[in-house]
Design a protein around this ligand. Structure first.
Ligand code: PLP
Length: 357
């Protein structure tokens, strides 16, 4: 089956095979990683190596902490304001889709939220020009969602917010291309798209921003306490951490994020070029802001949606139903999706349009 699900998403086959080979006995330890104490040297080596590999592939400077947390990106919607408001009264949010809107709503429980820009009135089909954002120079941080998974809208620039730290929910495009980590104060991502199994959340945070969590913040939600305890204040999601480590190794073996980015660009171009070449299917997003990870599209006649999905399933193409809030279809093309997989989708779409158009 070729899995186009938006998440949890497909993992590289080589990684799944390695997990299978090591499942019952991790490298002669006589134990599965699932059974190991997180304090034992075997698991500590897995954990450290994963962090080192992530630092290497993303080029994360030493003055950034890397945290392996739980609760998904949704928990970060709260942890970010709890930790980063730092006595300030407000934070700026740029809304380019439903996830950013949810993050802003949650932050509103902890402080004042200023919507610096939003494309909601145009159904999140573009990124408002950063020159028009109404930023507050006294804001604690500026929050963006560099890839909006539901709407298929992606930043292809890294906005400059001056001295105000930029916070990014990179759940659905982390590790899809090289980025300059130093442009961000904090990056967070749920693992279940480009990193590994659900249950793990990665946080990359500039050291000087932590240690000022709001009074009442539970220790387990406090970035400083997590950093001081190497993400092992309590039992971490050990197995997910291990699989993430294998994915990081896989990225290194592929040649790093530059190679991954080229591959992702080719995959996305294959599908968008087809979408733009005909009128049976349509993608509503402004071309310059289209996502390489999630490609939503609608059929000219929505009455054919169910047939399209049924035929796709029969052809081994799964997970194509669009998010319930926007309908239509969505093809997610995360790192583990192959060019052949995208070609199979385009072939199916052409055939469906030819016979039903
Ligand atoms: N943010 C983005 C951009 C997402 O795509 C998702 C889930 O798909 C979330 C947040 C929510 O993530 P989680 O389910 O890990 O809480």
């Amino acid at each position: 089956v070729i899995n186009f699900s938006a998440g949890p998403a497909t993992l590289p086959l080589a990684v799944l095979e390695q997990v299978q080979a090591e499942l019952l006995d991790w490298r002669g330890s006589g134990m599965s990683v699932m059974e190991m104490s997180h304090r034992d040297k075997e698991f500590m080596s897995i954990a450290h190596e994963a962090e080192q590999d992530l630092r290497e592939i993303m080029n994360i400077p030493a003055h950034y902490k890397v945290l392996f947390m739980q609760g998904g990106a949704t928990a970060q919607f709260s942890f970010v304001p709890m930790n980063l408001l730092r006595g300030k009264t407000s934070a700026d949010y740029v809304l380019t889709g439903d996830w950013g809107k949810k993050a802003a709503k949650e932050a509103g429980r902890y402080g004042k939220v200023n919507i610096a820009a939003s494309s909601e009135a145009d159904r999140y089909t573009y990124i408002p020009d950063p020159a028009t954002w109404k930023l507050d120079p006294n804001a604690a941080y500026v929050h963006i969602t560099p890839n909006e998974t539901i709407h298929g809208v992606e930043f292809h620039i890294e906005p400059d917010t001056g001295d105000v730290p930029l916070v990014a929910d990179m759940s659905s495009n982390i590790l899809s291309r090289p980025i300059d980590v130093t442009r961000y104060g904090l990056i967070y991502a749920g693992a279940q798209k480009n990193i590994g199994p659900a249950g793990l959340t990665i946080v990359i945070v500039r050291e000087d921003l932590i240690g000022q969590a709001a009074a009442g913040t539970p220790g387990i939600f406090d970035y400083k306490q997590m950093a001081d305890n190497e993400s092992m204040l309590n039992t971490p999601p050990c197995f997910a951490w291990y699989v993430a480590g294998l994915v990081f190794k896989w990225i290194k073996q592929q040649g790093g994020l530059g190679v991954i980015a080229e591959r992702n660009a080719r995959k996305a171009a294959l599908l968008y070029d087809y979408l733009d070449s005909q009128s049976f299917y349509r993608n509503p997003v402004k071309k310059a802001h289209r996502s390489r990870m999630n490609v939503p599209f609608t059929l000219a006649n929505p009455e054919l949606d169910a047939d399209f999905l049924k035929g796709a399933k029969a052809a081994g193409l799964s997970g194509l139903k669009g998010h319930r809030s926007v309908g239509g279809m969505r093809a997610s093309l995360y790192n583990a999706m192959t060019l052949e997989g995208v070609q199979a989708l385009v072939d199916y779409m052409k055939e469906f349009a030819r016979t039903r158009g």
